[in-house]
Design a protein around this ligand. Sequence first.
Ligand code: FAD
Ligand code: A2P
Length: 378
Amino acid sequence: MAYNQTEVVLGGIAHIPLIIGMFYVVKALMYRGVDGKLAPFSFSYREAAQRRTSATDTATADVKPKKQSPSAPVVETASKPTPPAVPINLYKPKTPFEGTVQENYSLLKEGATGRVNHITFDLSGSDPHLSYVEGQSIGIIPAGEDANGKPHKLRLYSIASTRHGDNLEGKTVSLCVRQLQYEKEGQTINGVCSTYLCNINPGAKVKITGPVGKEMLLPEDEDANVIMLATGTGIAPMRTYLRRMFEPAERSKNGWKFGGKAWLFMGAPHTANLLYDDDFERYQRDFPDNFHYTKAISREQQNLKGGRMYIQDRVMEHSDEIFKMIENPKTHVYMCGLKGMEPGIDEAMVAAASAKGIDWAELRPQLKKAHRWHVETY
Ligand code: FAD
Ligand code: A2P
């Protein structure tokens, strides 16, 4: 039977809804990823579960989840609701939020070296609200200009308070800042931003950017195990985790019933330099089955070779228990503080692993890929 030109065109148009319908059927079969990410239909149930876990492995913020567009692919129902997005760069360097200093006090005890302060900023009035989660950082733009007459660049600082703030009202952020000081040609040089922050008075306005960072987020799993390796102000993110886990008022606020094992290795030059030590001692007393606190006081204790006691020496002492923990897929390791500690920790892990017949050079990238090895050093 022959068709004229008009009949052919009309017949073609009549098939369009059918073709669109088939396109959506194929799309629904192909796209089964989390958060609408492309995933081949053929991936196994196990892979699907892993994809879900890595998506929920990012900490949740008490912020509204992004709205899905009506055309977004249907996401498989996970056992827990998809976590809301982690807030990133709500305030950028060109449009920072001006927070107000609420308090600024020394964290050091008599006999300590240097200067380390705990500084809290009031975020009231930020719109959008400057929310953040444990493990993130914020940027600070110090007042004044650099040697070229240009505004100072921002410096990053790890957040030391939980998302609810130290007073649990959800409107503050705290930092733990060490004043940078070094000698050059017989002169003491003070770091620009760290000195600005350590000297700042309550009531002063400070330009804040961020939050940034997804490397140091805590897993959502209440049964996770968390090994923490910190030197100096690297304790800031660890304080947020430990408050979230063990500080009674914070626990009732967050409803997160941590039941895993947390182990903090903390390095400081003197006992008087240990930061937030009284709180951590209290957590260890109150939660002996869940929290272990090991200190390396470099200038008061000696390692087996007679040198300064560093956290990597403590890691070596406890390598058996540490590797037993790492064998458990629920264990995460977090390292924060001096960049210089990375090679030392790596050496300790190589030695500890080889004693168990494990090749650390192979295992570390695997842990990293599984989002279980978290490093933020500076
Ligand atoms: P600057 O005035 O910027 O001086 C720093 C510069 O001085 C260096 O770049 C180097 O050129 C020079 N310098 C430094 N030491 C020496 C030396 N011994 N000899 C010669 N020259 C030297 N800091 C904290 O206190 N707490 C934190 O929680 C924290 N978190 C951070 C998180 C991240 C992700 C990053 C990247 C950094 C973090 N820092 C933190 C470091 C912080 O960002 C600043 O780098 C630090 O406070 C110094 O800044 P400043 O403006 O005081 O020093
Ligand atoms: P030390 O300075 O005695 O050599 P702070 O930031 O308060 O000074 O604390 C940092 C801690 O980390 C200090 O005890 C310091 O020891 C220690 N430390 C310095 N270098 C390393 C390193 N390469 N690995 C591990 N710890 C280190």
